[in-house]
Design a protein around this ligand. Structure first.
Ligand code: HEC
Length: 116
């Protein structure tokens, strides 16, 4: 009886872990879409990323890489308002300007942390 109970608890916990992982996957996908879509973040217009870039201006911002070493909060703040770390940044303040919501910026952070 005890064993069955333990097994039940174990399977409940592991199914929770699976739900957690897929929720993060969809957040990453959402972030990637915002990054690539002109009407959303349009980050790809200025930033090359993991082999993807646009022809044309495309090089205004640095190629984005190794962002997994940034704390989530630093990445969030960079997207929210780059002027706090760089007063002459050419990057627009997506959060402060009201172009991207809190949830959209969090999705971008999740996506950016997956790129090499
Ligand atoms: C108009 C061009 C432009 C757009 C659009 C733009 N950026 Fe930037 N970005 C820059 C420039 C220029 C820098 C370098 C100066 C600085 O750090 O502020 C930068 C820096 C960054 C950095 C810091 C990179 C590093 O290694 O220091 C991150 C992260 C970043 N941008 C993310 C984004 C995201 C996410 C988006 C889309 C929501 C975006 N950027 C859209 C121009 C742009």
């Amino acid at each position: 009886m005890k064993l069955i109970k333990k097994l039940l608890i174990a399977s409940a916990i592991s199914s929770l872990a699976i739900i957690g992982a897929s929720a993060n996957d969809s957040l990453v996908k959402k972030g990637e879409k915002i990054f690539m879509t002109k009407k959303l973040g349009n980050c790809i217009a200025c930033h090359a990323i993991e082999g993807k870039s646009l022809d044309g201006p495309g090089s205004l911002g640095p190629k984005l890489m190794a962002l997994q070493y940034w704390p989530d909060e630093a990445l969030y703040n960079k997207i929210y308002d780059p002027y706090t770390t760089n007063p002459i940044s050419a990057m627009p303040a997506f959060g402060k300007n009201g172009w991207l919501s809190d949830g959209e910026i969090k999705a971008l952070v999740a996506y950016l942390k997956t790129i090499k």
